[in-house]
Design a protein around this ligand. Structure first.
Ligand code: ADP
Ligand code: MG
Length: 562
């Protein structure tokens, strides 16, 4: 549909044309007429489908020019940069419309600046719930004249714990108003909010099944949690994406991965909610200029990022809410190009493959881990190409002198080149990532080794944390883990002897409750395999009979004193 079929004012149409929009998107075509009638509505569609214009254009048209400059519309967004982005977009739409002033209100900016802004009057407020509530409490924001309320990315606002603020704010708004909600997903809490605060809303859903997934090749690699970082590095070498995003589930992981990539010489940057706004803007600007080509982020941070021309989207971790998977991978495979989505899953997440295939209605290819030979082949080929280019270049005389001096010392040119090449290529290319399958089944039990970890009660550790950490890190089944004894600062756990070294290696790369752990192996415990016992409450009862062990060393460093 063309925008000019929509009863929008000539001023808005002109602005839309300036922005280069020709055709409406589906959500715009369906919501704009409903909004123009002043009706309540819920709009659900994928990220990047133009929801800002879907509510922004009719909202600007509904503003009645007034000297009072009291807010007539309020748009709530989950994050600072989303608020800024929406406000910027609204200003572009309102470019030719007289007398519409938009003010942004969000945490992280001095409140005094915002109070000054508000004093000059505002027709539209865009902001985050926390700070808006703050201004209401300070009486610096009044909504007597409010006509339209928009909740943008409503699901994310609830996920971020803004429910109370939103409900508080709603209680200050005039009953007689239009309420519009946009959300990428529609979980129950959203529907509850809808029932309580909206009047007969029209529900407009743009099916996500036709989302661009058909142009996306979905690939899975199965590996242990602890080897994911090595694998990511190898995949970056193998696929060589020009632009990519790496999604993680925690801010800490985002920071870790970004530092790792930087240390390996990649142009990577982290984006997450803890970062200062200026910092985020700088990162985004660099990304758009291609000065950064790998963006590492959480789902929440990604929502504010308006880029969708990735070559590859990596799911370092699968999202906790599986529906986000589609939104994440929708950042690639746009505009007729084919994209690639690569997810790293642990052996325990295998069942999710079917879930994802059903969700995307597409086949997901599980690929074997790259072999050492493959990684080397690719890396060496790149290295040779690069060397040939370098060899064609002129080298300063001082460099030649270093070589001459080394030769004088008796090193051959071949020795020197080898050493330099090894330094340049780095050791990673010589690391084989073991397939987790080799650890998965302990067929015959040959007894246990004691693994001692430097976390305990003092860190709030429970047996379940230990089991899931070891199982997750190593791929062995929780059933193959023996007894667990949690002391004050250390924990001892029995692990199958035939895999003890491999497990040790994996566990040392893992974290428990956010703690990085140091694990050590103790001598083999001479105790036959016993089936694990489960406590009645459904939790593992491991402490009960620990003391009954007849044989096996009991070293002092397992005791509670440590
Ligand atoms: P959403 O809120 O659904 O995630 P946005 O409103 O942020 O999506 O829009 C995503 C991008 O698409 C923005 O760059 C926006 O300018 C652009 N866009 C929106 N509507 C159109 C349209 N009709 N034609 C072309 N581009 C559009
Ligand atoms: Mg949006």
């Amino acid at each position: 549909m063309n925008f000019n079929e929509l009863n929008l004012s000539p001023e808005l149409l002109r602005a839309v044309e300036d922005m280069g929009y020709t055709q409406t998107t589906s959500i715009q075509e369906k919501t704009i007429p409903v909004m123009l009638q002043g009706l309540d509505l819920i709009g659900q569609s994928q990220t990047g489908t133009g929801k800002t214009a879907a509510f922004g254009l009719p909202l600007i048209q509904s503003i009645v020019p007034s000297d009072k400059k009291r807010p007539q519309a309020l748009i709530m967004c989950p994050t600072r940069e989303l608020s800024i982005q929406v406000a910027e977009e609204l200003r572009k739409f309102a470019k030719y419309t007289e007398g519409v002033r938009t003010v942004t209100i969000y945490g992280g900016q001095p409140i005094s600046v915002q109070i000054r802004e508000l004093k000059s009057g505002a027709d539209i407020i865009v902001g985050t719930p926390g700070r808006i509530k703050d201004h209401i409490d300070r009486h610096t924001l009044k909504f007597e004249d409010l006509k339209v309320l928009v909740l943008d990315e409503a699901d994310e606002m609830l996920n971020m714990g803004f429910r109370e603020e939103i409900e508080d704010i709603l209680s200050y708004l005039p009953q007689e108003r239009q309420t519009v909600m946009f959300s990428a997903t529609m979980p129950q809490p959203i529907l509850n909010l809808t029932e309580a605060y909206m009047k007969d809303p029209e529900f407009i859903k743009i099916k996500s099944s036709e989302m661009t997934v058909s142009t996306i090749e979905q690939i899975l690699y199965e590996t242990n949690q602890g080897t994911k970082q090595d694998l990511l590095l190898q995949l970056l070498e193998i696929y060589r994406p020009e632009l990519s995003m790496v999604f993680c589930n925690t801010k800490k992981m985002v920071d870790d991965i970004a530092s790792l990539l930087l240390s390996k010489g990649y142009g990577a940057a982290a984006i997450h909610g803890d970062m200062k706004q200026e910092m985020r803007s700088i990162v985004m600007a660099k990304f758009k200029d291609r000065k950064i080509n790998i963006l590492v982020c959480t789902d929440v941070a990604a929502r504010g990022i308006d880029v969708d021309d990735m070559d590859i989207v990596f799911n370092f971790d699968l999202p906790q809410e599986i529906e986000y998977y589609v939104h994440r991978i929708g950042r690639t495979g746009r505009a007729g190009k084919t994209g690639i989505a690569i997810s790293l899953i642990t052996p325990r997440q295998k069942y999710l493959v079917n879930v994802l295939e059903r969700l995307t209605r597409a086949k997901i290819t599980k690929k074997p881990l790259p072999t050492l030979a493959e990684v080397q082949e690719i890396k060496f080929h790149q290295m040779k190409t690069e060397m040939r280019k370098l060899l064609a270049k002129e080298v300063p005389a001082e460099i030649k002198r270093i070589v001459e001096e080394l030769v004088d010392e008796g090193f051959s040119l071949e020795d020197i080149s080898r050493a330099l090449l090894f330094k340049t290529i780095g050791g990673d290319v010589f690391k084989e990532i073991k397939s987790p399958a080799s650890l998965q089944k302990v067929v015959t039990h040959k007894g246990y080794s004691n693994l001692t970890l430097d976390v305990g009660n003092a860190h709030g550790i429970a047996a379940a944390h230990i089991v899931s950490c070891i199982a997750e890190a190593s791929g062995i089944s929780g059933r193959d883990i023996g007894k667990i004894r949690i002391g004050e600062r250390t924990t001892t756990v029995e692990i199958p002897v035939q895999h003890d070294k491999a497990i040790l290696e994996e566990v040392n790369k893992a974290t428990i409750k956010g703690y990085t752990i140091k694990a050590v192996l103790s001598p083999v415990v001479d105790r036959p395999y016993e089936k694990r016992t489960y406590g009645g409450s459904g939790s593992y009862d491991r402490n009960r009979d620990f003391g009954n062990r007849s044989k096996g060393p009991r070293r002092s460093n397992y005791t509670e004193k440590n």
